[in-house]
Write a protein that binds this ligand. Structure first.
Ligand code: EPU
Length: 295
């Protein structure tokens, strides 16, 4: 990429040559050559504005729980490092996009607020969860979303309520250079014991049906309408399929796990193999839920 980067960009807190293995839950990937970590919304805005002005491509990274990175990435990467404070107003909770998603669900439970129990086992950042409208057990983010703030690709700050068409199953329009800054969830007063029990039940259910003891990136493929990607992969006989140290989980076929020394290339290769085998055997072309970045 063209160097040097402009001065106003370099004023935003950043680190050089950070291994993606430390930035993603799969623990694989090359180097992040430029990792920008703004600690305020204004710094995030300065980053986006400078990149837009210079015509610089860039990418946004959240908790790294849904990402495979192939090779080193030279383009600047934005990862928000906003203070992780949760603000309560009535039965609404507002948190910055960089807040841990599970930690936010825990905070809601502690406040005796119901509505985010579904989120209690979904890793990553709040921003990432909103960006992909994360969900579990029949609930998803848009069900509780009251307002959200984001930056446009030009760096304008927008604060709004969600509108039809902006969020669908595991999809939102918050891609293509838009950066989620914060979200406000509309929750309801609930009985703390009941909320706690629901959170624990969901966790236990995930713990028994998903391979959470090994490094993973959650579900690899989206569920096709009316079907389960996990069941399709399972029925195609692919549990245990392995490329190097990357394996289709024997516990849940829509998870790929790292047995210790897997590489990003092995994960990408395994995803390709699963996708083409399911297309061959079941006639269904699975759409990845996980993002693959090619450096
Ligand atoms: N199944 C199999 N074999 C498998 C896995 C699943 O036959 O290897 C069957 C199950 O027996 C069940 C059906 O497939 O009848 C659905 O499985 P499950 O209940 O595990 O739910 P899922 O559709 O595979 C979805 C989300 C998960 C979320 C769970 C729980 C997607 C792609 N996945 O999984 O989210 O945790 O429901 O609500 O929407 C994620 O998005 O990263 C994720 C893990």
């Amino acid at each position: 990429m063209t160097l040097p980067l402009p001065d106003d960009l370099l004023k935003v807190p950043h680190r050089r040559d950070v291994p993606f293995a430390r930035l993603t839950t799969l623990g694989v990937g090359g180097l992040c050559r430029w990792l920008f970590e703004p600690t305020t919304e204004a710094e995030a805005q300065a980053f986006v504005r400078a990149c837009a002005r210079e015509g610089l491509p860039w990418r946004v990274l959240g908790g790294g729980s849904n990402l495979v990175v192939l090779g080193d990435v030279d383009t600047p990467v934005l990862r928000l490092a906003l203070p992780k404070t949760v603000h309560r107003e009535g039965t609404r909770l507002t948190a910055p996009a960089s807040h841990g998603h599970i930690a936010l669900a825990e905070a809601a439970a502690k406040e005796g607020l119901s509505g985010l129990e579904f989120a209690s086992g979904i890793p990553g950042s709040l921003g990432g969860a909103l960006r992909m409208n994360a969900g579990a057990y029949g609930r998803e983010w848009v069900d509780v979303l009251a307002r959200y703030r984001f930056l446009t690709p030009e760096g304008e700050l927008v604060d709004k309520a969600p509108e039809p068409g902006e969020f669908r199953y595991r999809w939102s329009f918050l891609t293509g250079g838009r950066v989620v800054l914060s979200a406000t969830a509309q929750l309801a007063e609930g009985d703390p014991t009941t909320i706690r029990k629901q959170v624990d039940d969901y966790r236990e259910k995930r713990g028994t049906s998903q391979p959470l003891s090994k490094r993973n990136a959650g579900c690899i493929f989206k569920n096709p309408p009316g079907q389960s990607a996990g069941r399709l992969i399972d029925q195609a006989g692919l549990k245990g399929l392995r490329v190097g140290d990357a394996e289709v989980s024997r516990e849940h076929a829509n998870f790929l796990v790292n047995h210790g020394h897997a590489t990003a290339g092995e994960f990408a290769e395994l995803m390709d193999q699963v996708r083409s085998r399911v297309l061959e055997v079941q006639g269904v072309d699975l759409e990845p839920e996980v993002e693959v970045w090619r450096g």
